[in-house]
Every structure is written in C-alpha cells, then in structure tokens.
Design a protein around this ligand. Structure first.
Ligand code: FES
Ligand code: FE
Length: 438
C-alpha cells in the first residue's frame, strides 16, 4: 500500500521509482489487478476464417483455445482438460473436428462439449453427466474490427467502452477497407529478458528514442538526419491508459497520401471513414501506440514511390509477461485484404526487414529493453525507500506543452510526439488499477 502511494506521489512530479520494472511483487499484483481484470488481446479474426479453425493462446498463464464453431462464431475456452487439467491443445493453430486430450483421451467437439470418454459408459455409469464437463468458457470475448479480446473478468465493461477514443484510430488502421485487414502467416514469437511495461511504454509514445536507438538507419540514409524529425505530429492521450503518436511530416515535406496505399483504394477509404478521420489519415506517416495494458501497434509507411516501393503494414504486439523480467513478444503483421498482391508482398518484406524478430529496428529496440531491465536489478535500483534517489524521468513536456484544440480526433492532442504525456497516462491508470481494492 505504502509503496503504491509513493509511486503515485512520484508520478505527480514526473518521476517513477526504478524498482517497479523488475519487482516480483508488482508482477504478481499486475496479474491479479490488471491482467485478470481488463480486456486482453488474443487473436485476429482472419486467423481462423473457417469452421473448425483454432488457435491456442495465453492470457499471461491462462491457456486459451479459440475455435470457430459450426455456426461461424468464435468461442474462447480455457485450454485445459476438465478431467485432470492437462493443457489440452498444444498446437499453435490448425483445423479440427474434435480435440482429444493426450492424457486419458477425453474428447471435445468444436463447440467445446465433451463428446467422448474412453470406455466412458463402463467406467462412469449414469453418475456423470457429460454436459457438465465441457471446456470452461473464458468469461468474456468481444471483437472490434477483427481484433479479438478476451477477459477473465466476468464484470469487465463492454469492450467498446474500454477502448473509448482508441476506436476512432483503430477505424483508420483496421476499418478503412471494405473487407478489413488480414494477418499474413502466423504470429511470430520470441522471448526477451525485459518487463512488459518497457516495451508497452516505447510503443505508447516514445518517438524520442528513434534518433539514437535507430541511429544506424540515419547513417544508412533510410531515416532523416534531423533528430527532431519524428517529433512532428501529435501525441494523443486517451482514457484507460491508452495513447498513441500520430507522426506527420513537417510542413516543408510532402508525402504520398494515405500512408502510400495505392490510389485505387482511396475511394474505399472515403466511403468507410469520416472527413475528420480522412484528414488525419491522409497526412500521417506513422501511427504507433498502446492499448492498455499490453497490446501495442505500429503502422508505418515506407518508400519514396518512383525509385523505391511504397509499403504500409500494421504490426500488432502482445507483450505477454512471463515473469517480472521476461516477456514473450507476439507479433502479427496485417495488410489490407483488398490491397494489390504486389503491395502486400512488398509490405510483408519490409516488415520482415524492419520489425520482424530479425528486423534491424526490432533488434535495436530489444537490445536496449534488456539493458534497461539488467540495470534495474541491483541494490541501488531496487531500494523501495528511494534512499539512492533511484527514480527515473518522465518529465518531458510536463507543465509547458499545452494541448491543441483543433485536432479532429478524440483524446487530448499535443502538438509534438516528443512528450511523456502518454507515458504518465499509462502509469497513472496502471497505478490506479494496482491500488484498487478487490
Ligand atoms: Fe485429459 Fe485425463 S487429463 S483426459
Ligand atoms: Fe524503436
């Protein structure tokens, strides 16, 4: 309790105790008060288009099995056999009519019903009602523009209410095309020795790191020399700890409209988006942000047109906590279903080279995230009484940058992306949830 109020006090002055990043107690508290309470991203609908398609996922340590049933609906079950609790389906994805447990052979159908017990009637007689022993459902499942979220909390507010103003920006990234977005391939996963908050706070709005962390791209001539280039645009603070950056070019630079997406797609955008959404979309190079707690997204455009292919993809990230200093990163890449095949392929290649697990930019980031965790485990960093002044800095823009009043989208919009406003918003909501009585 005391420590939580210290965090709150520090946050009000733009600082955070360094120990919160790798603390085992905080980690437990996060599972209890955040990950078991809020909506958690699990899959995109295009991953399981047909009846019997399934993917297996995790909500931190809860195994989840998503299956499209015979009615075409998606159900989410706890992926644990009701007989003795074994992890039922360990394959990442596939298509099945039934799921048979490898332990004693109990079998479930795609509705999650228990339909087969090895030698069942002889062993259990009439006493056991199979209906009672179907797979347990995840309490809540809802989706928005194909993004499927699940909640372990039966009292979670409706998803759309939780997303709030973020929906407006998701409409641009995911709802601009008639048929929506599709995931290419399966999500890639890798383990990083860091804390989930480190990666989430980079995506929520840390445009500041790009000039230094991704210095090699400047030296290769891929990124502009001006270290302030990525500060152009807006930082948007939203409710529930959500936030994003809308990076736009300075007035002197012109870019292809709609993130370089082919001209034949523009009428479709005009049909599906409002005037306000179009005005933001048209002039934006990069959207990056975080849907609290740990769903990050990044939609960059690349290329110059004539000499270099234009590309645009959306990568979404799930930072699954494996412990206080370990995450499993899950990365999906999405493209517009209706984009020309060549554009999709070029965008996919660009993703692999930049933000895929072996991509240059991803490698740059990963290295720094592990260094941050490494240097936050010592005696001085971990002191909860802050005797060593072991606090870190979230002061950028505090007290001197005013929001603008003419930005057409929801949220509080600030006229630069080099700010810690959304970081403070993220940690304020985080702190609020951790402090909530059960
Ligand atoms: Fe699954 Fe026994 S634990 S059948
Ligand atoms: Fe980065």
């Amino acid at each position: 309790k005391d420590h939580l109020s210290t965090i709150k006090d520090q946050l009000q002055t733009g600082k955070l105790p360094q120990w919160i990043m790798t603390d085992p107690e905080i980690h437990q508290l996060e599972i209890e008060k955040i990950f078991s309470k809020t909506w958690y991203f699990v899959a995109h609908e295009s991953e399981i288009p047909n009846k019997g398609d399934y993917v297996s996922r995790w909500i931190v340590h809860d195994p989840v099995l998503l299956i499209r049933n015979s009615e075409g609906e998606i159900n989410a079950f706890i992926n644990s056999c009701t007989h003795r609790g074994v992890h039922l389906c360990t394959a990442d994805l596939g298509n099945k009519k039934t799921f048979t447990c490898p332990y004693h052979g109990w079998t479930y159908n795609i509705e999650g019903e228990l339909v087969g017990i090895l030698a069942g009637n002889k062993l259990y007689g009439e006493e056991m009602d199979k209906k009672e022993w179907g797979l347990r459902k995840v309490p809540k499942v809802e989706s928005y523009h194909g993004l499927i979220f699940a909640a372990l909390n039966p009292d979670a507010e409706p998803l759309e209410e939780f997303l709030g103003g973020l929906k407006w920006y998701f409409d641009i990234m995911l709802g601009r095309s008639n048929k929506g977005m599709e995931v290419i391939g399966a999500p890639q996963r890798w383990v990083v020795d860091t804390n989930w908050k480190v990666s989430a706070e980079v995506f929520v709005g840390d445009a500041y790191h790009t000039a230094m962390t991704h210095r090699s791209t400047v030296e290769l001539g891929i990124s502009p020399k001006d270290p302030l280039f990525a500060s152009n645009g807006y930082q948007i603070q939203l409710e529930h700890g959500h936030g994003l950056n809308v990076i736009q070019p300075p007035a002197s630079v012109s870019i292809p409209p709609y993130q370089g997406l082919p001209e034949e797609m523009w009428p479709m955008f005009q049909e599906n988006l409002t005037e306000e959404q179009l005005s933001v979309f048209k002039n934006t190079m990069v959207f990056n942000g975080n849907c609290f707690p740990n769903l990050s997204f990044l939609s960059p455009m690349h290329g110059k047109g004539e000499h270099e292919n234009l590309t645009n993809f959306l990568t979404i990230r799930q930072w699954r906590p494996l412990g206080p200093d370990k995450i499993e990163a899950w990365s999906w890449i999405l493209v517009d279903k209706e984009a020309p095949q060549e554009f999709k392929e070029n965008s996919y290649k660009r993703y692999v080279n930049t933000f895929g697990p072996g991509g240059t930019l991803e490698q740059d980031d990963t290295e720094l995230w592990t260094r941050l965790a490494d240097a936050s485990k010592g005696v001085t960093a971990r002191d909860k009484n802050l005797h060593f002044n072991n606090v870190v800095n979230y002061l950028m823009g505090m007290d001197f940058v005013e929001p603008v009043d003419d930005f057409p989208g929801p949220g509080i919009a600030y006229p630069t992306t080099f700010l810690d406003v959304v970081h403070r918003g993220f940690y304020e909501y985080w702190q609020e949830l951790l402090s909530k009585e059960s």
